[in-house]
Write a protein that binds this ligand. Structure first.
Ligand code: FES
Ligand SMILES: [Fe+2]
Length: 438
């Protein structure tokens, strides 16, 4: 039985969400169709497929496999990963090079890198059958829309979605800032990927990343252990240690996080920081600074550094750290399971130290073997378990409600407010009631 729109509308109020949004498999299936099937979903970065025939496979939602591939003219395509013959998934490997064409493992139909059919074995059996090899329905199908922004490739299953830049709105400043931090103004994927399975609902991570009321509690033990160790070292050994710079700000005070501010946008995007963030006090490497000043001049370089955000969430599939140059990609699997991938980026024209710091950050914070990410997963798991009980029906997000300031294309509020939750649930409701693109 399908849940009615009235019932869905009742699951989200301005300051609270019903527990069913986290635990009900029917709600999850509708989210896959109405949120993940309508929004722009991050697929990958163009530098993951640098040469003709290079491909990368992923899923748009839990049921729609796609392949991102570069053709011989240099264009990048996002295609449904489905054979035009009898529907077999065509590309099984995560990434590789398809040289001349994709070849289906079942009956050997082949497809060019733009998805068009190339050849059918023993084709004469189709003579006088009404079959037309030129009919586009025999191709690997293109997704409804694909666009990229500064190398970041997005796709949507909705023909009605607005163009990508409109959808990103003011939050695209954060993608710009990530790229502008490269002296050459471009980034490229480097250093591999970390995949981390989470046994809980996908929304927990999107709701956690700009929840600044949790780091000083959930990550207290890590920060304390790091501090205890640092206290045993001579001051000279600690100065400019990236590990110390990365971990200790997670123990910041409520006032520190309040100062960072939160900004929300249409379609559920939001970021924490701007003027300041937990990354704002990182040492600026002199060699990197020199390369930046040479590329941009002193004033512009200062502007780029000073737009210092923490996490930017592009609802529902992508979160980025502009100041650290890594991103996390979210992929739901079931109502109580998702996978998160961490990708790291090299700033083109920057010294190697910058990539090393990015990779260190990914290992220390985002990896399944890190000190911080597993803390968060532990509380997501506890939420999933607690929400299954009959104790209460609601999850609240009232903090600083009524103080959110509408600035036209964005809403701004205090860094410890629940503005990020309210922003996401406004979008959740608009997508679920199919009013997002009205
Ligand atoms: S299903 Fe792919 S060639 Fe038959
Ligand atoms: Fe956390």
């Amino acid at each position: 039985m399908t849940i009615s729109n009235d019932e869905l509308a009742g699951l989200v109020e301005p300051t609270r969400a019903h527990k069913r949004v986290y635990i009900d498999p029917e709600v999850f299936e509708l989210e896959m169709e109405r949120i993940w099937g309508q929004a722009w979903i991050y697929i990958g970065h163009e530098t993951q497929v640098p040469k003709a025939g290079d491909f990368f496979t992923t899923n748009i939602n839990h049921k729609v496999p796609v392949v991102m591939v570069r053709d011989k003219n240099g264009a990048v395509h996002v295609l449904h990963n489905r054979c035009g013959h009898k529907g077999a998934k065509l590309v099984e490997t995560r990434q590789g090079n398809a040289r001349g064409a994709f070849r289906c493992a079942y009956h050997g139909w082949t497809f060019q890198h733009d998805g068009s059919i190339l050849k059918i074995p023993n084709e004469k059996g189709y003579d006088n059958t009404g079959f037309d090899i030129k009919d586009p329905c025999n191709n690997m199908q293109k997704v409804a829309q694909q666009q990229s922004y500064r190398g970041f490739v997005f796709a949507t299953l909705s023909p009605d979605a607005p163009d990508l830049e409109t959808w990103l709105g003011g939050s695209k400043d954060c993608l710009d800032n990530l790229c502008d931090r490269a002296p050459e103004g471009e980034v490229e994927v480097a250093g591999g990927v970390l995949r981390y399975e989470h046994d809980c609902n996908w929304k927990h991570i999107m709701e956690n990343l700009n929840d600044t009321m949790h780091p000083m509690v959930v990550h207290q033990s890590v920060v304390q252990s790091a501090q205890d160790y640092i206290d045993t070292l001579p001051p000279e050994a600690v100065k400019r240690r990236s590990e110390a710079e990365i971990i200790l700000p997670f123990g910041g005070s409520y006032e520190d996080f309040e100062d960072s501010g939160i900004t929300g946008f249409r379609y559920g995007h939001h970021y924490d920081g701007g003027k300041t963030s937990i990354h704002a006090d990182y040492t600026v490497d002199p060699e990197y600074h020199a390369a930046m000043v040479k590329a941009y001049g002193e004033e512009r370089t200062r502007d780029i550094y000073s737009f210092n955000t923490h996490n930017t969430c592009y609802y529902p599939s992508l979160t980025i750290k502009s100041a650290v140059q890594n991103i996390r990609v979210v992929r739901p699997v079931a109502v109580n399971k998702f996978v998160v991938e961490t990708w790291s980026f090299r700033l083109k024209g920057a010294p190697d130290f910058m990539l090393q710091r990015t990779l260190l950050y990914s290992r220390l914070i985002n990896s399944s073997a890190s000190m911080v990410g597993p803390d968060d997963l532990e509380v997501y798991r506890r939420m999933q378990e607690g929400l299954e009980s009959n104790a209460s029906d609601w999850v609240e997000f009232h903090r600083q409600y009524g103080q959110d300031k509408d600035e036209g294309d964005r809403v701004v509020g205090g860094g410890t407010s629940d503005l990020d939750m309210r922003t996401q649930y406004a979008a959740w409701k608009a997508y679920m009631l199919q009013e997002a693109y009205v």
